[in-house]
Design a protein around this ligand. Structure first.
Ligand code: ADP
Length: 258
């Protein structure tokens, strides 16, 4: 279990995260939603121990900056940071050795194959297009295969084919019992089987709800997002517009019954 307790992070006077608390249950897929600048990347970077902050973050009982916790958490950054003088395969082998992985060759092949990078093995980091750099970034992040994986805006810069493959891969990881935390500001990209959503705005958690709670209220994720971030009540908007198509159909059926 990953537990974020009262995390506050300031950049100078700018409060990027303001008393943020939540937990990620083992084997769950949580989507972190929020407009640009909401504090999503800041909280992810705090979890992986890149930033100094106030508050506490624990991973399965270990402080997040301990070596035990670091081994349990994987991170795929929003922007790739590649070495211009290493080739694709050298990047992968470098990470495998850094994580002291054994028998990693097969896993490297599998990942490069899946994300269509197998024929780019000998290309240097700075010879890759932006999309290819993003795919290599993904392959590097997925290589160590830890139990908890944090993905910061993972669809950005990927072509539709790679997005589809990534979504398939996310679903496989979910089925394999991984704990997944995926940040995005694009609600449409969340067309996968998520369990919980956390919505941030202005550095604060504005909602933390399970999928069944939202569905139980007859709302979509988009409804909830605008309700939370703009104070728009989707059901009253629908009522003012004369109801949703489903609601209209219900009304017709009721009329017919009379
Ligand atoms: P998000 O990932 O939701 O787009 P961020 O966590 O990147 O949001 O940013 C939250 C706030 O912190 C924003 O106001 C942003 O400008 C600010 N911020 C982020 N990184 C830095 C930084 N390195 N230095 C100063 N301000 C930053």
């Amino acid at each position: 279990m990953l537990e974020v307790s009262h995390v506050t992070k300031k950049y100078g006077k700018n409060l990027a995260c303001n008393d943020v608390s939540f937990t990620l249950e083992p084997g769950s897929l949580t989507v972190l939603l929020g407009p640009n600048g909401a504090g999503k990347s800041t909280i992810i970077k705090s979890i992986i121990g890149f930033l100094k902050y106030q508050g506490k973050i624990m991973v399965n009982g270990y402080p997040n900056k301990s070596s035990e916790a670091r081994r349990m958490v994987g991170y795929i950054p929003e922007l790739p940071s590649l070495y211009p003088t290493l080739t694709v395969i050298e990047h992968m082998e470098f990470i495998a050795r850094a994580y002291k992985m054994t028998n990693y060759k097969e896993r490297i092949e599998m990942l490069l194959e899946r994300f269509e990078m197998a024929d780019k093995k000998k290309k240097f980091g700075d010879e890759l297009s932006k999309g290819m750099q993003q795919k290599l970034n993904l392959c590097i992040g997925l290589l160590p295969n830890p139990d908890i994986i944090l993905l910061d805006e993972p669809m950005l810069g990927l072509d539709p084919h790679a997005i589809k493959e990534l979504k398939n891969y996310i679903e496989e990881m979910r089925q394999a019992g991984k704990t997944l935390f995926i940040s995005t500001h694009i609600i449409d990209s969340v067309d996968m089987l998520w369990d919980r959503t956390i919505i941030m705005q202005n550095g604060q958690v504005k909602a933390n709800v399970s999928r069944s709670e939202i569905e139980g209220q007859g709302k979509s994720l988009e409804d909830l997002f605008f309700e939370v971030t703009e104070g728009i009540d989707a059901s009253s908007v629908r009522a003012a517009e004369g109801g949703s198509d489903e609601e209209k159909a219900e009304t017709v059926k009721e009329g017919e019954a009379e």
